[in-house]
Design a binder for this molecule. Structure first.
Ligand code: PEP
Length: 263
């Protein structure tokens, strides 16, 4: 059975203590999971060190929300892959739309970070997504293809195998977000799969593509059933452990009782 990736980026929401309580709760939930779910959490940098032992014990992947591409240097306020590797994080979220919108992160910078992460055996979770204007102008696919191509530039097949993609349409994210129709998500994920296969002939079919943006209790099953949706990247609906638990338990029973569609 293929792995299904389910995780959450806490953004700038939780203190260390709140993060520890959440992770302890998630650890209990993870012990009851019977399907092939790979859980992950992406806390703020301050919480990574105290939370690390809790995730290791529970087989929950731990990620960071951003990093610089250099190992060290005069980059005030930044954190390096070498520092994150020292903590033992498993993955790094790169290119979230908020990083692109508020901190001018672009595909070229993300590409440097992808290479830096892989040099330290940290899995890059590369976020891509079109904004509402691009969608209205009907250039979503061109936009996404360009993002994929530049963010993953100069990766070998072996390196590409370690990458995860999160498709998060910017217009679907956050409080103002409009949940995407499952048919639209299916069309875009199929397109992303084809694009990845074009870029990486050997491993393009295996790179997990997660979906994110206003995923909630009412729509998560519609998305996860789609052929090329290999996981969910959830914000608000997963920040409260009881709310996340409802999703995880339903998903776990759904996957455990309905194995064939995701093979
Ligand atoms: C996000 O910001 O990446 C996200 C998926 O958030 P939400 O689920 O809250 O829309």
């Amino acid at each position: 059975m293929k792995k299904i990736w389910i995780g959450t980026n806490w953004k700038m929401t939780k203190t260390i203590e709140e993060g520890i309580q959440f992770t302890k709760g998630l650890r209990e939930i993870s012990e009851a999971v019977t399907s092939n779910l790979q859980l992950f959490i992406i806390p703020s940098h301050t919480s990574l060190v105290p939370i690390k032992p809790l995730t290791t014990a529970a087989n929950i992947y731990l990620g960071a929300q951003n990093m610089h591409w250099e190992d060290s240097g005069p980059y005030t306020g930044e954190i390096s892959p070498r520092m994150l590797a020292e903590i033992g994080i498993d993955m790094i979220e790169l290119g979230h739309s908020e990083r692109r919108q508020y901190f001018n992160e672009n595909d070229e910078a993300i590409n440097k970070k992808v290479h830096a992460a892989l040099n330290y055996s940290i899995k890059p979770l590369v976020c891509i997504g079109e904004n509402i204007d691009q969608k209205k102008q009907q250039i979503s696919k061109e936009t996404l293809a360009a993002q994929l191509k530049v963010c993953l530039q100069n990766l070998s097949e072996e390196q590409a195998k370690e990458v995860l993609i999160a498709y998060e349409p910017v217009w679907a994210i956050g409080e103002q977000g409009i949940p995407a129709d499952a048919s639209y998500v299916a069309e875009i994920h199929d397109f992303l799969r084809n694009t990845l296969e074009g870029l990486f002939a050997e491993v393009g079919s295996e790179i997990p593509i997660l979906f994110g943006g206003s995923v909630n209790h009412d729509n998560f099953l519609d998305y996860i059933e789609l052929e090329n949706v290999n996981g969910l990247f959830i914000g608000r609906a997963a920040w409260n452990i009881e709310s996340f638990q409802v999703i995880l338990q339903q998903l776990d029973s759904h996957l455990a009782s309905n194995v064939s569609p995701i093979l």
